[in-house]
Design a protein around this ligand. Sequence first.
Ligand SMILES: Cc1cc2nc3c(=O)[nH]c(=O)nc-3n(C[C@H](O)[C@H](O)[C@H](O)COP(=O)(O)OP(=O)(O)OC[C@H]3O[C@@H](n4cnc5c(N)ncnc54)[C@H](O)[C@@H]3O)c2cc1C
Length: 419
Amino acid sequence: MERSYYVATANPFARASKLEGEAQADVVVIGGGYTGLHAALNAAERGYSVILLEAGRIGWGASGRNGGQAIPGWRKSATELMSRFGRERAKFLFELALDARSLTMERIAKHGIACDLHVNGHLTLAAKPSDLSWMNAEMETLASVMDYPHARVLSASETKAKVASVDFHGGFLDECGGQLHPLNFALGLTDAARASGVVLHEDSRVVRIESTEGVVAHTQSGVVQARFGVLACDALLEGLEPRIAGRIMPVANYLVATEPVPDPQTLIADHLAVSDSRFVVNYFRMTEDGRLLFGGGERYSPHPPGNIEAFVRGHMASIFPQLRDARIDYAWGGLVSISMTRLPHIGRMGDLFFAHGYSGLGVLLPALMGKVLVEAMAGTAERFDVLAGIAPPEFPGGAALRSPLYVLGMLWYALRDRL
Ligand SMILES: Cc1cc2nc3c(=O)[nH]c(=O)nc-3n(C[C@H](O)[C@H](O)[C@H](O)COP(=O)(O)OP(=O)(O)OC[C@H]3O[C@@H](n4cnc5c(N)ncnc54)[C@H](O)[C@@H]3O)c2cc1C
């Protein structure tokens, strides 16, 4: 994290104190990323007293490290949602995802969060000729079923005019996508939470939770008793709550930011957020100061590569050969939590609510989850029930064996990408 572009360009931020001794609140939130911050904000706005406990520093998880691509929808396409859930439920789910986008934009506007937001679109590049057929089908489903006329398929030459990369077969442009500075977005949400009365504690790792009646969260130096709890640890949940740990799997992903490039607008036009259609996805965009920010390659080992820069450079050079020798000024990584179905896992265990497993699409969706969890606490569970109803199954082998089995599967798909 220390070598992250986002830390180097973070807005000033006051640290929060450690939890010491006993405290009480209506709601205790565990985890200071987007999910925890949105939940805390929503709860405070409803009049609950809220304490948020963060193990390290706020925004130090995926929320302060990610690619900053604000991609509307779910990790599953609208067409896949239709075949899995049927037309009506798929439409409801798609509308919920659009709500997530609107709620995020409203937060940024309402709290005046300075996070380099650009909403000029998200472009998926077609790595294989056959991608164009699902892209066309998706455009059709979005327009005719989801009443969403904002996506279109681009030809290879239209795509090339937007991204000066090696040749792709075309692209899928969602005009409502965008990009932002993820850490500054998290810090802005934190300031807003503070202003709404949320009490924040950093360096306060929860080591044990009791959730038989109400929720009691213990750290090494203190304890919070609350009526409700929100568990928002995502890929960093580890052994804290074994009942749900087997539904998600942490996968390491790495990013770099190059030196500022001459004429950034000719590399990627209009501050588009871009990714490709590979199973092990590459994603990239231009920063405010004209650097290429590139994420690519996943690792299923808990240990980072010896040299993150060299690991990501190979992926970057395969798409932008002209940057093969560009200086890399920043290199960092983080853990993405994925689920078997690539849909998030949201639910409750008594008074303890949780949402995690966004499977790489967690910049916009947490705004919805934070709201829906608090709605359910307050007794309105309609949207919560729909989301809890799409819960992914456990990984085969549960938390203990999911990793080796999953690695085998992923290596197979990664090999297919290469072939
Ligand atoms: C490298 C990378 C690139 C990504 N790129 C994109 C992208 O471009 N677009 C997109 O939509 N999504 C992307 N994602 C996914 C997105 O960042 C996540 O889905 C999202 O940030 C999850 O937010 P969260 O609040 O649930 O979890 P996190 O941000 O991980 O927050 C969890 C917090 O809980 C804290 N915590 C853990 N255990 C405890 C404990 N015991 N006690 C107290 N606190 C605890 C952690 O310290 C952490 O701060 C990316 C993720 C990564 C890692």
